[in-house]
Write a protein that binds this ligand. Structure first.
Ligand code: AKB
Length: 314
């Protein structure tokens, strides 16, 4: 049966790709994209059904959900890790108030499902860094990470208290040609753009800082697969997902193969500390077992596709 889906934060790096993917799958007329700004040009070109929404406004959110007869709310609106550390107050209001409104709107309107992403940022320095399990200590040290733990715990609370069908993925760094929105894993996008544009890149993380990552098509696949997963098979509500782990030095060789003159320099900044508080690799066996998660892209396949796509965009 066709679902009607509303997406908040829809013109972020992930939303820009997720919205068209949802339109293909569920029908253009069934997807409503929302965001704080006026309709972005990428959505105009694709004729996306778009409305302005500040997620801190519960009445506005409820009105759109009712007017468009929404079944599933995908709540992507969020201030990311690096921007959050520059403005913790803004991150608090958007990430905490916004998610609370999404939860309350889902409960009051009895929507079928609420999906809201978590992140590897939910982990902290006291979490084991290698092969981090799904069920493990989460004591993050960034405002973004704390908001992700809030999302997971409040979502799980509403699930057990009200039977609300909350689902979440702990996204790793997501790599794609689209512009990222102020995260710590953004280097893995800019390195490709800068290699193709200027043949050199200055990285804001140290060369051996490994973090879990995935390519955008896998991010979209994991999101749709979890939304459509059989609820009776889910023992968890929040899941680790990953495809590979990547440090800046790991991309130098593969990029040089395509662009032999490519050079990299390292000037670590405040984002180094954030990255060091996150896992280097995570264990996603719970997602594989409960809803069949399996990524399609490894590092060589992702690198080839990124270079091809960005070359066409320059
Ligand atoms: C960030 O770096 O803030 C995000 C994330 C890992 O959640 N990409």
């Amino acid at each position: 049966m066709t679902k009607r889906i509303l997406v908040t934060g829809s013109y972020g790096q992930i939303g820009q790709v997720l919205v068209p993917a949802l339109m293909d799958r569920y029908g253009k007329e069934n997807i409503i994209a929302t965001g704080r700004k006026k309709i972005p040009s990428v959505f105009k070109e694709k004729d996306v059904h778009y409305h302005r929404l500040d997620v801190r406004d519960l009445t506005q959110m409820q009105t759109l959900l009712v007017e468009h007869d929404i079944d599933i709310l995908i709540h992507n609106a969020s201030v990311l890790s690096a921007t959050g550390e520059k403005n913790p107050q803004l991150a608090h209001s958007i990430n905490f108030e916004g998610f609370y409104n999404a939860l309350e709107a889902t409960r009051m309107l009895n929507l079928e499902q609420l999906f809201a992403p978590s992140s590897i940022a939910a982990f902290g320095p006291s979490t084991p860094r290698e092969n981090t399990p799904n069920d493990v200590i989460t004591r993050p040290t960034t405002i973004y990470g704390i908001s992700k733990v809030y999302i997971e715990l409040m979502g799980e609370y509403y699930h057990q208290k009200y039977g609300l069908d909350f689902r979440s993925l702990r996204y790793p760094g997501v790599i794609s040609p689209e512009e990222p929105g102020g995260g710590t894993t953004d280097w893995a996008i800019w390195i490709f753009w800068e290699a193709l544009r200027n043949k050199k890149y200055t990285c804001f993380l140290k060369e051996d800082t490994s973090l879990p990552m995935m390519y955008m098509p896998d991010c979209i696949k994991s999101t749709i697969d979890l939304i459509e997963a059989d609820n009776s098979k889910l023992e968890h509500r929040s899941f680790n997902v990953t495809a590979f782990s990547l440090a800046p030095k790991d991309l130098v060789g593969p990029i040089k193969e395509a662009i032999p003159e490519f050079e990299i320099a390292y000037e670590p900044d405040f984002r180094q500390q954030i990255a060091e508080s996150w896992p280097a690799s995570i264990d996603d066996s719970v997602a594989r077992k409960e809803w069949g998660w399996k990524p399609d892209y490894d590092i060589p396949a992702m690198t080839k596709d990124m270079l091809e796509k960005i070359s066409k965009m320059i």
